[in-house]
Design a protein around this ligand. Sequence first.
Ligand code: SF4
Ligand code: SF4
Length: 344
Amino acid sequence: MQIILKPNSSTCNNNCDYCFYKNKPNRGIIDEKTLLAYYQQSVIAHKFFGFSTVNFSFQGGEPTLLGLDFFKRAIKLQKNINCTNSLQTNGILLNEEWCKFLKSNNFLVGISIDGPKELHEKHRKNFEQTIKGLRLLHKHKIPFNALVCLHEDNINNPIQIYDFLVKNNVVYIQFIPIVNENPFPSVEYGNFMIEIFNKWFSRDFGKIFIHDFEQCLQIIIGKSPTQCIYRNYCGHNPVLEANGDLYSCDHFVTDDYKLGNIHKESILELLNSPKQIAFGKAKANVSSNCKSCKLFYICKGGCPKNRKNKLNCLCEGNKIFIEYILSNFNKIIEKISIHSSLLP
Ligand code: SF4
Ligand code: SF4
């Protein structure tokens, strides 16, 4: 469960051309009253759903534009709350001071980078500042994920991207296919993931962690996936805008999916509202293809925002790479056993 906060709404300093959030109405900057309500109500909602700790997730737009002083005050307001914090950033403003703060407050950071400069700058900007930020995170030993958006301009460069990330000491990698109104190269996506798998499995197994492989393997061995995309239902990843408006999900911040405002109803009430329950259940309303698909237990029909007429735009790609993981499952188990036997 994660209640994503947009403390400065959609304000950003990078204006990436594929950003799904940049044209959202800007709700300004969060005030102290709303921040405190976010903290207190999140704790209650997490407790209700059986979680003893809360992760406060600062996303945007670009939250670092609020400045370090804002974040110092925000952390002070968390006194007596058993919580962790995460920050999603484009890395542009990260410097020594920021990194000292993030490290001393145990932040987990997500940094968006689409590969080396020539690929990164196909749709994003400011590669030099981003890579400088990423290297500072590494220098300060701050745990971070690289979030790599996939699109037609980098989907045929899996090894170039992967080797670049590994060379820059990235350990946790999440690939995010950008599905918009244009057709997404789904088969290429499947082949991309296979290339990554082969390189990872032969060289970096146990050292580098690829989010989708982890999620699939978790399901195959009978554990619950942590990411909403691989779960049966949506509903536990709402977005809180700077003015206190709560929405069903980061990808559904529209009037139709506004649940209410946390100054009028609590986050828990809004999460338990018929509107949010219906939103959550709608994920299971899949196509007949999915209903008869032998991979449905892993794929779950994908994220609803990637579906057109109930069909998942990533279907073909998912089939290609999930089948490949399944066909390599015995080899993976064998490698896990070897790794475990080498542990002290
Ligand atoms: S719509 Fe997609 S991103 Fe949102 S909660 Fe559902 S699976 Fe997750
Ligand atoms: S692989 Fe395709 S058909 Fe199978 S569950 Fe996923 S989206 Fe549905």
